[in-house]
Each structure stands twice: as structure tokens, then as C-alpha cells.
Design a protein around this ligand. Structure first.
Ligand code: NAD
Length: 358
């Protein structure tokens, strides 16, 4: 069975999906709709049909899938109209501008029986998959605290991403990825959120944010997104009572340090700065110097993961045919948007917000 796609918005992501869909068995892209003549020229050069209007896509019975790749403010109406016209829909993130819009789209998906699935591709990122594996398999024992960071220093690109009315800003950009991934990792309600947005670049949208989360099961997390970090901090840092894991960068530099359970000599105070400290004395990694024969801590490489983002497209086709459940559920997307709204509310009120009940 072949599914025929039309792509709405042939910019960075539209072109990206056109290329990826060519590698998927059972998928073909017929054409695109874009309001920019330059994008239409690009599509024609790529051998694609250029639709004159979105309505023309809706009227084309050969098209059964619409992929929405436009700026964020247009996702809702395109999605609703496409599903009502009998098309399955894939949509770029952020799915919608608000959780209310997403609830509306989810309702239309149920009413029409059409698929609506969001491209939460960052769930397939190797760094996230590795940190999730360490957490799931308790490779450092039960995890208690996570720091997740996305740091860059180029500010927000000078396009619609700087405009609030089009859904610009980092909460709706990397916030949607980082908080989505956090919620996928921790199976517990978010009881406390404290968020602070940054506007240091002088735009009307946030150029970054930090948010602390406390889950009902006691897990704590920091999400830190910055577009003015000239020195970047590690992307993932996971703690437990008996170990730590770190992923430094996109190149997957990182390691695990964990306690072996072996007996250990009491720490000797060290000279630290101008004073002495016993509490913060580092672990002795040179075991030859130690009385015990079994080292109390060991260093391990990061585990391997097998992750293929092309599974997103394969799953979409299977979900439309009813062969698989959608990999990205609408419920998870609604929940993520609600937690992000709690971050914004916390920033505006300067108070801790309690989005979910224990
Ligand atoms: P872009 O500016 O490169 O492309 C957007 C295209 O949409 C442009 O060609 C523009 O002319 C067209 N367009 C604008 N308004 C339109 C409308 N009303 N109808 C039809 N066409 C319209 O933007 P982009 O980087 O491709 O981002 C598009 C979407 O993808 C956004 O929602 C963004 O958040 C998302 N995105 C996702 C990822 C990811 O990794 N999942 C990465 C980047 C962007």
C-alpha cells in the first residue's frame, strides 16, 4: 500500500521530510503548498507538484497524508481542515500554540478517525536514548536527579522564530523537545514547577529558560535552554545515591561513575582553595594508593543504543493503517504543552506552580 503525501510549508523542515520520505517504503510525496514563490521554485526544481492553494490539496483524492511544516501559528487550522477532508496528518512540533488548541485537534482526530501525529523527533536522539537507558535499567541505581541542557550562542534566528504571534521563542522550540523527553523518562505526576524565562536578547519572545521540576515520586529535574551560552554545559547529567552519568555534547562524549559497593577508607581532608574539606574530598581513582583491594568506584563507558529516527515515518504509516499504535500519542503532547504552560505561569507569577496532583 502506498501513501501519498502533500507537504505544507516547503522550508527547512518541509525539504527535510521530503528527503526522508523518499527512503520509506510505501510513501511518496506528490507535491507541496507554500506561500513563498521561492519555496515553490525549489519544489518544482525537486520535481514536485506545486499546489495553488491548500484547498487544492484537500480536493486531491490522490493525497491521503498531509505533513504540516509551516510556522507554529498555522498548524491548528491546517490540521483540522485536513482531517475533516479525510487526510491523515503529520505535524511539526510544537504541535500547537497552546494545549487548548491541541485538545481541539485531538478531538477532531477522534471524531474523524484520522491520524494526527506530531514529529517529536528528538525522542530518537542517541543522547536522550542513552540517558533513558541508564535511567530505565538503573545502571547507576535508581536515578534521583536529572539536568538536561541545550546550549547555543547564536541567539534566535531572525525569522518567524522571533515573533510571539507565530509561536516564536525557546519554550515552544527546544522547550517542547526537552520537557517532552523529561516526561517520557519519569513515570510520575509533575507536582511542582518553577520556571524563569530569559529575554536578554531584547526580543518579544524568550531566548531561553530554566525550569525546575519535582515529580510526585521525588525525582527532581532541571531543564536549561539558552541561546546565549558561549560556553556550553553538559547536555545530560544524571545522579543517583550511588552514581552519576554525564553526556557532554552532541558527539556523545560522556561516562558513568558508580559505586561498586566495596568498603572504603574514610576520606582525608584535602586543601581546597584556602581551606580544608573532608566532605568534598574527591574519590581516589588511583586504587594503588588505597588500603582496600576492590575499588569503591568504577568508571564505565556510556551504553550503546540502537535508534533510528526513520522509525517515526514507518510508525506513522503503520498507525494510519491501524497496524501499530502511534509512537507519539496526542495525550503525551497535550501533557507536555500543559507543563510548558506551567513554566510560563511560574515565570509570570514568580511562584511555584502545581500542574498535576500526586
Ligand atoms: P522555515 O521558515 O524554514 O519554513 C517554513 C515554510 O513555511 C516557509 O517556506 C514559508 O514560506 C512557509 N509558510 C509560512 N507560512 C505559511 C502558510 N501559512 N502556509 C503555507 N506555507 C507557509 O521553518 P522551518 O524551520 O521549516 O520550521 C517549520 C516548522 O518545523 C515549525 O513548526 C518549527 O517549529 C518546526 N521545526 C521542527 C524541527 C524538528 O527538529 N522537529 C526543527 C526545525 C523546525
Amino acid at each position: 500500500m502506498t501513501h501519498t503525501f502533500a507537504i505544507v510549508g516547503y522550508g527547512t523542515q518541509g525539504v527535510y521530510h521530503w528527503k526522508n520520505l523518499q527512503q520509506i517504503d510505501g510513501a511518496e510525496v506528490k507535491g507541496i503548498y507554500d506561500i513563498d514563490p521561492r519555496a515553490n521554485d525549489d519544489a518544482e526544481a525537486d520535481g514536485l507538484h506545486v499546489y495553488e492553494s491548500f484547498q487544492e490539496i484537500l480536493d486531491d483524492s490522490a493525497v491521503d497524508f498531509v505533513f504540516i511544516c509551516t510556522p507554529n501559528d498555522s498548524h491548528h487550522d491546517y490540521a483540522v481542515e485536513a482531517m475533516k477532508a479525510g487526510k491523515d496528518v503529520l505535524c511539526e512540533k510544537p504541535a500547537m500554540m497552546t494545549s487548548a488548541e491541541m485538545e481541539d485537534v485531538d478531538e477532531v482526530s477522534r471524531e474523524t478517525g484520522k491520524l494526527f501525529m506530531v514529529h517529536q523527533n528528538r525522542r530518537w536522539d542517541p543522547d536522550y536514548q542513552v540517558i533513558k537507558k541508564i535511567c530505565d535499567e538503573e545502571l547507576i541505581g535508581p536515578a534521583t536527579y536529572l539536568e538536561q541542557r541545550i546550549h547555543g550562542s547564536r541567539g534566535i534566528p531572525g525569522d518567524w522564530r522571533q515573533l510571539p504571534e507565530q509561536g516564536g521563542g525557546m519554550i515552544l522550540d527546544w522547550g517542547v523537545h526537552t520537557v517532552d523527553r523529561l516526561l517520557m523518562m519519569v513515570d510520575s505526576p509533575v507536582v511542582d514547577v518553577y520556571g524563569v524565562r530569559s529575554f536578554v536578547a531584547g526580543h518579544d519572545v524568550d531566548d531561553g529558560f530554566q525550569a525546575y521540576f519535582r515529580f510526585a515520586n521525588g525525582f527532581r529535574a532541571l531543564v536549561d535552554v539558552s541561546t546565549n551560552a558561549y560556553i556550553t554545559l553538559p547536555k545530560f547529567y544524571l545522579q543517583s545515591a550511588t552514581g552519576c552519568a554525564i553526556i557532554e555534547d552532541w558527539e556523545m562524549n560522556g561516562r558513568i561513575i558508580r559505586h561498586t559497593g566495596a568498603e572504603e577508607d574514610d576520606a582525608t581532608p584535602i586543601q581546597a582553595g584556602v581551606g580544608l574539606t573532608k566532605t568534598m574530598a574527591p574519590r581516589i581513582m588511583d586504587y594503588a594508593k588505597m588500603a582496600s583491594t576492590t575499588p569503591p568506584v568504577e568508571e564505565l563507558p556510556l551504553p550503546e543504543v540502537d535508534s533510528d529516527v526513520m522509525d517515526f515515518y514507518r510508525n506513522a504509516l503503520a498507525a494510519a493503517e491501524g497496524r501499530e499504535e502511534p509512537a507519539i500519542t496526542n495525550a503525551s503532547v497535550i501533557r507536555c504543552l500543559k507543563i510548558l504552560e506551567a513554566v510560563i505561569r511560574s515565570d509570570e507569577t514568580r511562584e511555584v506552580v502545581h500542574p498535576e496532583q500526586a
